[in-house]
Design a protein around this ligand. Structure first.
Ligand code: BTN
Length: 323
């Protein structure tokens, strides 16, 4: 209840930012007491909103901090289920950890965990993921597809297609996919995807799809070892981007392509993935249980494995073997 008053209050202040709204009017519109209005105004101020108060006139929004809280996302969100259940934190160890906890408690499909900052962000292959405050999108999405376990890697490819479309349309930057799940701009990484799942008897029980997007991270905030390989949308686009708008566009594309995949299968995703892949025709190295394989990336097979043209012939390589 408290949260919905707060969401309503932010929406009202945004809509009426040109003029003052009296405490009386706000309390009537939100059906709460004037004390509740005042309490929420104070809380918003603590979080960085600047709200001017004038005797006899009321309140007026002067400045809105860049936050990815539900009240900032709601006006842009046009999904049916993705992001409609939401846990937002100013700081977490990892949104993945919180999402696993919530999924075990029964979170519905489409539930999302977002944080402004992660102190122990996780990457693939046991790496850490640099997640500085308020400058990126650190988000985990819970999915509950009725699919056999071996198909789970396809969902990472669905996500990379959906996210590349969202980032391209919101920024106009040339976003390409590096197999299996990195998104690059001008050859440097802007987004990583981490798919973690829990299965039972060959069926997926739930998936936590973790996404890290370097949105407005500036050069000095990248640790030295990442500067060569990583970049942000802001560095490449030479402007900052609205994180709430990006998140809503990402959730919309994810919902569309996920549902499309469940209805029509993997083939449309395979075709789109190949169109956006920057590595086809290039020599790459894959680490497989039988050693390193070097070969030319040719495309994806019908299961989602990468086809590698090697000296031994064309080999399908599974996502877990590529660094
Ligand atoms: C990669 O190694 O490329 C995958 C990085 C995934 C990072 C995201 S940020 C949100 C979510 N929470 C985490 O701890 N990791 C994922």
């Amino acid at each position: 209840m408290g949260n919905s008053i707060r969401e309503g209050l932010v929406q009202l202040l945004i809509r009426h930012r040109e003029n003052f709204l009296s405490g009386e009017e706000i309390s009537q519109r939100l059906e709460c007491s004037r004390t509740a209005v005042w309490k929420h105004i104070e809380e918003l101020r603590k979080e960085g909103y600047q709200i001017e108060a004038r005797p006899k006139s009321g309140y007026r929004l002067v400045y809105r901090p860049d936050r990815v809280a539900p009240e900032e996302l709601q006006p842009h969100l046009s999904t049916r289920s993705f992001g409609q259940h939401f846990r937002y934190r100013a700081q977490v160890t990892s949104t993945q950890a919180l999402a696993h906890e919530w999924a075990r408690e029964g979170a519905p499909e489409g539930a999302v965990v977002i944080a402004e900052e992660q102190t122990e962000g996780r990457g693939r292959m046991g790496r850490s993921w640099h997640s500085p405050p308020r400058s990126g999108i650190w988000m985990s999405l819970i999915l509950r597809p009725s699919l056999p376990l071996p198909l789970a890697p396809q969902l990472t490819l669905v996500a990379s297609v959906a996210l590349s479309r969202a980032l391209k349309s919101e920024t106009g930057l040339p976003v390409s996919i590096k197999w299996p799940n990195d998104l690059l701009v001008h050859g440097k990484k802007v987004c990583g995807i981490l798919t973690e799942l829990r299965g039972e008897q060959d069926q997926i029980q739930y998936i936590v799809l973790g996404m890290g997007i370097n949105v407005n991270v500036t050069e000095e905030f990248f640790p030295k070892e990442l500067k060569e390989k990583a970049t942000s949308l802001a560095i490449e686009g030479k402007q900052t981007y609205s994180r709430p708008q990006l998140i809503c566009s990402m959730l919309k594309e994810l919902e569309t392509w996920y549902n499309g995949y469940l209805t029509h299968g993997f083939e449309p995703i395979r075709i789109l993935w190949e169109e956006s892949a920057g590595m086809l025709g290039k020599m790459i190295t894959a680490r497989t249980p039988s050693g390193e394989k070097r070969g030319i990336a040719k495309g994806l097979d019908a299961t989602g494995a990468l086809l590698l043209e090697t000296e031994e012939g064309i080999l399908p390589v599974f996502s877990s073997y590529i660094d």
